[in-house]
Design a protein around this ligand. Structure first.
Ligand SMILES: [Zn+2]
Length: 227
């Protein structure tokens, strides 16, 4: 039987620490794993980088969620749609994508003990000129809802964590039950108390379903091992 994997992906790490810690503590207490999207410009905050450096990379892996995360606030974006004047950080030009990724690498080298191999663009928006700068900056994996041209391993994003009880989660899960990789996307800053409370139940449910918690790098290794 094919192994089935589960990835917990959390975005926007750096803006606040307490909800991030709360999310990670729950994962660790419940013997799960996850990956957190770090915004490069926040790494200079010592409390934040010290905390990241204290984590076990085999359980909590850091991925690059851009350097500045500059993009139109979600509500505004929904009102005006895609806008050429205010594109997201990775829906610009090859040159600006290179600059962002280089700045991320510089901050990472300065403040972190680990190096990220995975990339997840802010707002999950990107254009194909991002691929060359990613490869040049040694990224091997990318979260994306659509195919990526070039030699980058894609991890699909399956669902957003929007459920308030286990029954709703299970109903929703059933639609993608057969997917080999199931990625549940979180934004720790937006989680409600009841969603934090629900997390252990979701973790247990996924384990009973036979899903194996992995980090992006582990997933890449296990898929290559098989082929
Ligand atoms: Zn984000």
């Amino acid at each position: 039987m094919t192994k089935k994997y589960i990835i917990f992906k959390d975005d926007d790490a750096g803006k606040d620490l307490s909800d991030l810690k709360k999310w990670i503590d729950l994962l660790i207490e419940n013997d799960a794993k996850g990956t957190i999207g770090v915004i490069g410009k926040f790494l200079k905050n010592k409390n934040f980088s010290d905390y990241l450096n204290s984590l076990d990379e085999n359980k909590i892996e850091i991925f690059c969620h851009g350097y500045s995360h500059s993009y139109i606030p979600f509500m505004l974006r929904r009102m005006i749609g895609r806008n050429k004047l205010l594109p997201t950080e990775f829906d610009r030009t090859e040159k600006s994508h290179s600059r962002s990724l280089e700045k991320f690498r510089i901050a990472e080298k300065r403040y972190l003990k680990t190096k990220a191999f995975c990339f997840g663009p802010p707002g999950n928006e990107w254009n194909k000129t991002v691929v060359k700068p990613l490869i040049k900056n040694d990224f091997k994996i990318m979260f994306s809802r659509r195919d990526i041209p070039g030699d980058i391993f894609r991890i699909p994003i399956t669902k957003n964590m929007s459920h308030n009880n286990l029954k709703d989660f299970i109903e929703d899960y059933k639609k993608n039950k057969e997917d080999v990789i199931y990625t549940l996307q979180f934004h720790h800053a937006d989680l409600l108390d009841k969603q934090f409370d629900l997390l252990p139940d979701i973790i247990n449910f996924l384990k009973k379903e036979g899903r194996v918690f992995v980090t992006p790098s582990e997933l890449l290794k296990s898929i290559y091992k098989k082929n």
